[in-house]
Every structure is written in C-alpha cells, then in structure tokens.
Ligand binder design. Structure first.
Ligand SMILES: NC(=O)c1ccc[n+]([C@@H]2O[C@H](COP(=O)([O-])OP(=O)(O)OC[C@H]3O[C@@H](n4cnc5c(N)ncnc54)[C@H](O)[C@@H]3O)[C@@H](O)[C@H]2O)c1
Length: 253
C-alpha cells in the first residue's frame, strides 16, 4: 500500500457503485480522506464518508459539496464520475431524455466543479478527473445521446484545463471502454442472450476482455495524484486498446 495521497482530501461523485466506488476506495487506500457524493450513499463502506446529492440539482450539489468540504477540511481532488446511460440512434430518444441525460452527464460535471472550485483553489495539489468514455472518441452503434454527452465531457475537460491551469488546478479525464460494473451487469441482464452480449462486448476490445473498475480507478488515482503534476488537459484511454489499435483477424488454426 502506498501513502502518496496522505494529507489530501477527495470528493468522488457517483461513488456508491462501480468505477466511483472502486476509485473512492483506492484513493482512501493511498491515504486520502474521501467523501462520496451519490443519490444513495447509504451502502458506502467506512472510512469513506457518504453525502446524498443529485448532480442534476444545483442546490443539493452545493449543500453536499459544502458539507463534505467542511468535514474533510477542504477539497484537493474532485472526481466527476456520476453518469447515466442511454441507448438508441438519433431517432429513438425523446427530447425529455436528451435533456435529462445531458443534465446528469454534462451539467453534473459543471455543477460539482463550480461548487468545488473555491476549495480547489486553496489546495497546493488541486486536481479534477472526469469519467468520460470511449464513446467520446469512437462511433459506437445505438449510443447517439450517450456519446454526445461524453463528447461534451471531453471538450469540457480541455476547456476547464485551460481555464484553471494558472490557478494550479489540473483537469484530465479517463476514457474507459466497456467496464465490468453494475451498470454493464444491468445492460447484460436486459439482453435477449446475456452470454452472447457479453462475448460481443469482450470481442470488441482488442484485449478480449472487459475493463475492470479497479483498472479505471488506478488511472483516475494516477491523474489525481501529485505524481501527475505536469499532466493536464489529457484523456487517458482505459479501453483494452479499443481507441488506438486496428487488429487483423486472428489467423485460422
Ligand atoms: N461501465 C462502463 O462500461 C463505462 C464505460 C465508460 C464510461 N463509464 C462512465 O463511468 C461512470 C460510472 O459508471 P459505472 O459503470 O460505475 O456505473 P454505476 O451505475 O455502477 O455507478 C454510477 C453511480 O452514479 C450514481 N449516480 C447516477 N446518477 C446520479 C445523479 N444524478 N447524482 C448523483 N449520483 C448519481 C449512481 O447512483 C451510481 O452509484 C459514468 O460516468 C459512466 O458514463 C462507464
């Protein structure tokens, strides 16, 4: 166990499940004092501190961020991870669903960052890491709305990095491929043939397997750490090679 984050404080949105929970645990293992902000943080294990908030509700975000900052004694690291999915082509999702997914996935990042910035400005090691997606950089079928939301998160990451670099605040994102989390478990559970759907998702990644939540957490923890002090305005792919590799078909035996 390393203690490279000892003395630092962190806030992780969507930290009650999947990538967010793995990240909150890892940051705590490395010595940070960690608060989790989620719709229902009741199952979050100690030493993580749970705060209830809906990132689509500005008032609840401001209240939770202030409460967390007071208990932690400041905020050095913000992980904007809360997000929701949507399936369909551009024909399929009604306007109300476009508004609600963009509200959580894009404006959620805006609201939490806005509330946390006064605290981040007081930190000597301020870092923001956004959970983006391979969907921001590759065209995936049936993901028009979700991809648009993550494309916005990628652009927002770059713009925020430029706006705040002179304040000593670094901003980066991770772009996971398909990660084995409760979210993907729900998708597989809803598929006509869950085993075939899982095999198709695994085959889409050059490594031939899904990404683990712990692997994404490790990348987020790196970008959040003082060790990444010269890294800002980047997107780190954690996607089993999906974004960068073009493989030939496997030779037949
Ligand atoms: N699982 C994947 O394959 C994958 C791939 C790429 C990117 N991502 C991104 O990773 C992030 C986390 O996904 P996950 O797979 O761990 O999902 P998950 O469903 O396991 O966890 C998401 C968490 O976010 C919380 N949340 C949702 N809406 C919220 C809101 N309005 N306010 C506060 N909290 C809210 C949920 O309660 C849950 O605890 C998302 O941003 C997602 O887009 C996931």
């Amino acid at each position: 166990m390393t203690t490279e984050l000892a003395g630092l404080t962190a806030l992780v949105t969507g930290g009650a499940s999947g990538i967010g929970l793995a990240t909150a645990r890892l940051l705590a293992d490395r010595g940070a004092d960690v608060a989790v902000l989620d719709l229902d943080p009741s199952g979050v294990p100690a030493p993580l501190r749970g705060f209830t908030a809906d990132v689509s509700d500005d008032e609840s975000v401001r209240r939770a961020v202030e409460a967390a900052a007071e208990i932690l004694g400041g905020i050095d690291i913000l992980v904007n991870n809360a997000g929701i999915g949507a399936a369909g082509t551009v024909e399929d999702n009604p306007d109300a669903q476009w508004h609600s997914v963009l509200d959580v996935n894009v404006l959620g990042v805006v609201r939490t960052t806005r509330a946390a910035l006064p605290h981040l400005r007081r930190s000597a090691h301020a870092a923001i890491v956004n959970t983006c997606s391979i969907a921001a950089t590759a065209g995936l079928p049936q993901r028009a709305l979700y991809s648009a939301s993550k494309g916005a998160v990628l652009s927002l990451t770059l713009a925020m990095a430029a706006d705040h670099v002179r304040e000593g605040i670094r901003v980066n994102c991770v772009n996971p491929g398909t990660v084995d989390t409760p979210w993907v478990g729900r998708l597989l559970g809803a598929a006509a043939d869950p085993a075939a759907e899982r095999a198709a998702l695994e085959a889409r990644q050059p490594t031939g397997r899904l990404v683990s939540a712990d692997q994404v957490a490790a990348s987020i923890a790196y970008l959040a750490s003082p060790a990444a002090g010269s890294t800002t305005g980047t997107a780190l792919a954690v996607d089993g090679g999906m974004a960068g590799l073009r493989l030939r078909p496997e030779p037949k035996p």
